[in-house]
Design a binder for this molecule. Sequence first.
Ligand code: NDP
Length: 226
Amino acid sequence: MPTLLITGANRGIGLEFVRSYAESGWCVHACCRHPDKAKELKEIPGDVNVHRVDVTDELQVANVARSLRDQPIDLLINNAGIYGPRTGFGEQDYQAWSEVLQVNVIGLMRTVERFVEHVSQSELKRIVNISSQLGSIARNRSGAAYPYRTSKAAVNMITKGLSEDLEEKGIVVISVHPGWVQTDMGGVKAEITAEESVAGLRAIIDNLTPEQSGHFYSYDGTEMPW
Ligand code: NDP
């Protein structure tokens, strides 16, 4: 059975990905910051292995990569993310902005660099970066949300770069927009549930072809403009 490794697995979209792939019989390595508090995650039936990973912590990421060194990872989903302060122009909190970049951008790249050999040794060789419509420059018609928007635009640039750098290893890399999802981040008024989001995303991920590497898709299957 194939293997998934995912970050930010203890709640929201990440938790639903674990549920969905575990139900399909996959081996899942579910990474979260506080395994001791991840009750819902630990109750998911199936081959679910929980690891302590804060993506901003080099040692934690490297330790898990080392402990799984002989384990091919078919699908790496970089899901962990924070929104940061919801402030407008003229009110930036630069420290908070830098934390958003540490998690969403640097943490994502660190995870890819530490696990790329595991992905390279697998059958499927897929990396999925959870981006956002808010990271699309073409779709930005309302300004604001500078920390989050810049972080997801950077995620998209990483996706494109990785699709070039990892092509020779046969690794396919995409960015996805999960929709506006009812999670702690999306809020209760969001348009879709985590189940709907993950069902849509899986329809894309499970049917990926090498030609799709370096592209950006919405959960509904449409291609997103950068
Ligand atoms: P949630 O806020 O529900 O969950 C975020 C997850 O990221 C949690 O598991 C959280 O862990 C984890 N996380 C935060 N910081 C770190 C860190 N330093 N190291 C490891 N894990 C961390 O968000 P969603 O499930 O909604 O979001 C998942 C992804 O989808 C994010 O990348 C988000 O940007 C993206 N997205 C979400 C949208 C939405 O409408 N919900 C829309 C577009 C994109 P902890 O519990 O420890 O804080």
